[in-house]
Design a binder for this molecule. Structure first.
Ligand SMILES: Cc1ncc(COP(=O)(O)O)c(C=O)c1O
Length: 284
């Protein structure tokens, strides 16, 4: 069971977690009207901090929440210090909701956003050794999956079905094409070519996805940003997931199809996992 953090940064104040309070009229609570980010701190540095903060900024702009994310770079070190996590690896959670206002669907104007952050100690394994079993289901979320919204009901329902069936993830299939998973991006490999869904409105453009695409370029691995249809799953050679805490996780099984008999990991997946580890060890 995950533990609660000890401190919470809320609208500029650092509070003991149990005394942090928000209004029941906060639109984050009433509508899931907000944006979030999660980033990993590895040996004293956040992994691709700039890219995460840029995505936060862009998502806030997409839903017209007016908040200057630049102030966070000053406040995050303060939170790390108060949480006693300056040296340790951790995950930082940031949430910005539209703020508190009488309940109406249309955006209220001129209200300050509610901004909350906390850190939890977490050391990610060097290489993700999960050999994941995953399921597929028809996409039933919305058509703006590029927005990292706190409205995650579709994602949590899908993940719950996967977990109930002892699987790691649920893949979404839209118009017959595999898009992404409930909290990860999806990659396939066929004939040494890496396939992943293009970064459009049907997926969240994961920072780990972007890092992996960069590694493919460094390693001269050909990439096609193309969706793979559900029918072609058994014809693929390898499949893997990416995400901030998942890192790169090999997939051994999708629905009834097994990629491997035992615990082996595909050649291209392994190469990318090793390159990812190199990046974490030697700097990013
Ligand atoms: C739906 C979805 N896709 C992909 C990702 C992976 O994104 P990242 O690599 O930035 O963690 C996430 C992460 O939370 C997600 O929720």
């Amino acid at each position: 069971m995950a533990e609660y953090p000890n401190k919470v940064w809320l609208n500029g104040e650092i509070l003991d977690a149990e005394s942090a309070r928000i209004s029941v009229f906060d639109r984050g609570f009433l509508f899931g009207d907000g944006i979030y980010e999660v980033m990993a701190r590895i040996r004293g540095r956040f992994f691709y901090e700039e890219a995460h903060l840029k995505r936060l900024d862009e998502c806030l702009q997409k839903i017209k929440i007016d908040f200057d994310t630049r102030m966070l770079t000053k406040e995050i070190p303060r939170l790390l210090k108060a949480s006693d996590i300056v040296e340790n690896d951790c995950l930082l959670y940031i949430q910005v909701s539209r703020g508190v206002a009488p309940r109406t669907h249309a955006f209220p104007h001129d209200i300050p956003p509610t901004v909350m952050m906390y850190v939890t100690p977490k050391t990610l394994p060097d290489i993700n050794s999960i050999n994941a079993s995953v399921l597929t289901m028809e996409e039933f979320r919305w058509s703006r999956c590029d927005i990292k919204t706190t409205s995650l009901l579709g994602n949590v329902m899908a993940n719950e079905i996967a977990v109930q069936r002892e699987c790691y993830e649920m893949l979404f299939v839209r118009n017959d094409i595999v898009t992404e998973a409930s909290h990860c991006n999806m990659f396939f490999v066929k004939d040494n070519i890496v396939y992943t869904h293009p970064a459009n409105e049907y997926i969240l453009d994961g920072i780990t996805r972007q890092v992996v695409l960069g590694l493919c370029a460094d390693l001269d691995i050909v990439v096609r940003e193309e969706g793979v249809s559900k029918q072609r799953i058994p014809q693929m050679d390898e499949a893997f997931l990416t995400g901030t805490s998942t890192q790169i996780a090999s997939i051994k099984q999708i629905d009834q199809h097994f990629y491997y008999k035992g615990d082996e990991i595909g050649k291209v997946t392994k190469k990318l996992q090793n390159a990812f580890l190199g990046l974490k060890k030697t700097g990013f």
